[in-house]
Design a protein around this ligand. Structure first.
Ligand code: AMP
Length: 113
């Protein structure tokens, strides 16, 4: 656990989070500012700064995050979903505890706009 990390605090139960699913290695909770009807963040229980750091230090946790994302999608009745990791401030990462955005319930177009 990292002392100043809000997602570590949600995982530990020290900050409120709208938790929708949990596994041994990861926790899923609703994003405070949803960008889609379903917007859930899946985070590893252990503190790692980004997805690559999870892969390097704890590859099983990275796999577990994708499995928990699937569970969330099933619970939410999503036909499909977008799974996104922002990595680095230049890519708009604002919380430096790895998190997988699971977005669904609206159409997605590419390129966005
Ligand atoms: P990112 O910009 O990829 O780092 O995403 C961070 C996400 O965390 C944003 O979508 C925020 O809305 C969300 N967020 C920040 N604080 C909280 C919180 N306490 N509970 C739930 N979601 C949060």
């Amino acid at each position: 656990m990292s002392a100043d990390c809000i997602f570590c605090k949600i995982v530990a139960g020290d900050l409120p989070g709208d938790i929708v699913a949990e596994s041994e290695l990861s926790v899923a909770f609703r994003d405070l500012m949803p960008q889609a009807p379903t917007h859930v963040l899946v985070v590893p229980r252990s503190h790692h700064e980004n997805a690559a750091e999870v892969a390097a230090a704890e590859p099983q946790a990275l796999a577990d995050m994708f499995l928990l994302a699937r569970t969330v999608a099933e619970q939410e009745g999503l036909e499909g979903y977008r799974a996104v990791f922002n990595t680095g401030a230049a890519a708009q990462q604002t919380v430096f505890h790895a998190h997988l955005h699971v977005l669904g319930g609206r159409p997605f177009t590419w390129p966005p706009g």
